[in-house]
Design a protein around this ligand. Structure first.
Ligand SMILES: Nc1ncnc2c1ncn2[C@@H]1O[C@H](COP(=O)(O)OP(=O)(O)OP(=O)(O)O)[C@@H](O)[C@H]1O
Ligand SMILES: [Mg+2]
Length: 382
């Protein structure tokens, strides 16, 4: 067997339990050199957990990993980095108060940058990395305030800088515009052609088809199959993902469509969106379509009072409502699940219980959260 036939990574019998709950069972998987390998599966199937085991974020409960035919222990992310394995997280983690350039060179203690920071050199190299990605980000500015897309580009730049052999991208395209996706795919193909290996996790079949060589499907913590992408039709992939044919999966909903629950008329916020009107009836799910930047999120934020519109009418159950802040929206029975769950969706440092009750207004509602006057929330001892 020639060297290039030896898989870069071989996983054998990898299992993982969290607090006794099994989330990955006996996964065998080989990753070849110079391939883009997709991991597909429904939410919670175990894709991210498997990726994190390879990247040293989690230790497997059982099983072994080999790198180039040698068994390896990947004890932590730094150990993975030293082996040339980089994970680009589903939700980028960075140091918001450090500059983009500083974030790009994080973890580079080995080459002598740990004790002595050569600022000019660091800035120059950071610029070069961003240029390579084709993104115009000022590398001297702090990470805080960068869009998620740009933060992700910084993470990708970090992987390139550390000369990784395996780059794991966990749903990298979710926050990207179509143009940014094209840039990313161009970079991924170039890295593959240099002989590097990429794990690409995505829920978007068309992206997997456009980019990947092989696809591994996970279902309920089990690895179901690994095949060349060209050998599978979309219907095969969906059947493997959900364990039965699609037509059995798509159940007709039984709710009857009722009266108009929410009506938006002529909603306008100059520069963001113009004259938006639509109706949502009881028992309906309505999608807001459009490209990134088209204003979908802004319309939702306006309806919910996060940044109210300048003109237009919102009616709830037929009655016009004046929603100037989220509190008003909640009082009218609206709920909002934001785009960036890490930043705006949850209070990371509070308990699950406090998070769940946080949106319930008033002294009696929250239970563990005490909404004081003037928008201040007092934490009561739980
Ligand atoms: N740190 C953790 N502690 C406890 N349970 C976890 C932890 N991380 C993941 N899980 C559970 O493991 C299962 C697999 O999760 P995982 O995040 O790997 O799924 P996924 O395939 O990446 O899903 P998605 O497509 O939603 O990202 C889920 O049931 C999840 O709740
Ligand atoms: Mg995941």
């Amino acid at each position: 067997m020639s060297d290039s036939d030896v898989p870069l990574i071989s996983a054998r019998g990898i299992s993982k339990s969290f607090a006794g709950v099994s989330v990955l069972r006996d996964v065998d998987l080989d990753l070849k050199k110079g391939e883009i390998h997709a991991l597909l599966g429904e939410n919670g199937a175990g894709k991210s957990t498997f990726a994190k085991i390879i990247a040293g974020v989690h230790r497997p409960t059982r099983g072994t990993l080999s790198l180039n035919g040698q068994t390896v222990e990947i004890a932590n992310p730094l150990a993975a980095q030293k082996l040339g394995i980089t994970l680009i997280h589903q939700e980028p983690i960075s140091f918001p108060d450090l500059s983009v350039a500083e974030n790009l060179v994080l973890g580079r203690g080995e080459d002598g940058w740990f004790n002595r920071v050569p600022w000019a050199e660091m800035t120059r190299e950071a610029r070069r990395q961003m240029d390579q990605l084709g993104v115009a980000i000022d590398v001297t500015r702090p990470m805080r305030g960068l869009s998620i897309a740009d933060q992700q580009m910084v993470e990708i730049g970090r992987a390139l800088a550390s000369d990784s052999r395996l780059i794991i991208m966990d749903e990298p395209t979710a926050p990207l515009t179509p143009r940014e996706v094209e840039t990313l795919f161009g970079i991924a193909r170039r890295l593959r052609d240099e002989g590097r290996t990429i794990i690409f996790i995505s829920h978007r079949l068309e992206e997997v088809r456009a980019l990947c060589d092989r696809v591994t499907i996970f279902r309920d913590g089990n690895k179901i199959s690994t095949d060349p992408i060209d050998s599978l039709a979309d219907t095969d992939i969906i059947r493997l993902m959900i364990g039965r044919p699609l037509k059995e999966y798509m159940h007709k909903h039984n709710a009857s469509i009722g009266e108009v629950a929410l009506e938006v008329e002529g909603l306008t916020l100059p520069g963001r969106f113009q004259d938006i009107s639509f109706k949502v009836r009881h028992g309906e799910i309505v999608g807001l379509g459009g490209l990134v930047g088209a204003g979908r999120t802004e319309v939702a934020c306006a309806i919910f009072g996060i940044q109210p519109a300048e003109s237009g009418v919102v009616r709830v159950n037929g009655a016009p409502v004046d929603i100037r802040q989220p509190h008003d929206a909640i009082a009218h029975g609206l709920a909002f699940v934001p785009e960036d769950r890490a930043v705006s969706g949850i209070f990371r440092t509070l308990s699950v219980e406090q998070n769940i009750t946080a949106a319930i207004p008033g002294e009696n509602g929250g239970g563990k959260l005490d909404h004081g006057s003037g928008g201040i929330v007092r934490l009561r001892a739980a």
